[in-house]
Design a protein around this ligand. Sequence first.
Ligand SMILES: [Zn+2]
Length: 227
Amino acid sequence: MLKITDPNFTDVMTLYGLDVWYYHAKLCSCVGENNGVPDSSDNCEMGYRYNPREQIRLTRTGTDKKTLNMPAGQIPDGAIVLSLPKYWKKKLQNAWITAAHGDVFSLIGKSQISTDILRYGVRDKVFAFDIQEILSVTVKNTTFIQGTDYILQDRTITWTEDGNKPDDGAAYCVEFLCNRQYIIYDKDAFDRGGEGDDLPRKINAVIRQYVNPDSNPIDAVDTKEYL
Ligand SMILES: [Zn+2]
């Protein structure tokens, strides 16, 4: 594991820094109206609404010992520790100030294959950011054809008038290639100095899952994908 001390942090950032799209999350009001649980019929993303992306630079300073208890035993959940410097190339990185639970970091140039379960006419939007390519759209063993049955618009599967489509409200599976992305579950706010300090912030993040909020998120953890 890489150990980083502050004096050499700029060198580390230059050599090992990651260019990242940063998506700041705001908690959606549906959470307050639904006993603290995101309302899956709302069009937010598991209780969050995201700002447009900003490019930042940060570095990975370690892995986290967070594990999941699974029938097969304890397995790592893909948690990582990130260091986010206040300035990069003499420019203030807003994320240093705003980074909080729910924010997403999407790694530029690093890919993962993932799946999401959507519901025709209810949620046709994939939660993953920075989708590079749709690999398949299926209902059980029926495969829909991109360009004929549907097209991808931003992050939304848009079904064509004349093509085949799932039944109203039916679940369908989307497999896609996207940037590898992490969601903040904890941040140690300014723990390495006072609030006026310019030191990097330490952030704990975990691989973002694109689960149907109706299902158990633990079932969908992909332990094969690491930074
Ligand atoms: Zn909502």
